[in-house]
Design a protein around this ligand. Structure first.
Ligand SMILES: [Zn+2]
Length: 109
């Protein structure tokens, strides 16, 4: 379960930034294409946060829907995960969002 090590990393980063202050809220952004399961992060969070500045912190997870940028018509479009193609019909595109996992915000007391 790679979510456990990911969660440990998140907690370590936030804990360091908090510099001993109590963290009340952490907001994460997780892309739909990142292969990270938000529920698993939630599940691991309380365990990893124990005995750190994040103990008892509220975890908020925003899932980011993938956006593709078409190489043919240069439009950005919302990616259909089953049949990924631009509305113009092109399958030549790059994903500009949807693969990220980042700490969007943290709130300290
Ligand atoms: Zn297109």
């Amino acid at each position: 379960m790679h979510e456990l090590s990911i969660t440990k990393n998140i907690v370590a980063i936030v804990n360091e930034r908090a510099k001993g202050r109590k963290v009340v809220r952490v907001q994460l952004e997780i892309g739909k294409l990142s292969a990270i399961v938000p529920e698993s992060i939630r599940f691991c969070f309380d365990v990893c946060a124990k005995d750190t500045c994040l103990s008892g912190a509220k975890l908020e997870i925003t899932e980011i829907w993938p956006i593709g940028r078409c190489h043919s018509c240069h439009q950005d479009f919302s990616l259909d995960l089953v049949n990924a193609q631009c509305p113009c019909g092109s399958r030549q595109f790059e994903c500009i969002t949807g693969q990220e996992m980042k700490i969007k915000e943290m709130e300290v007391e």
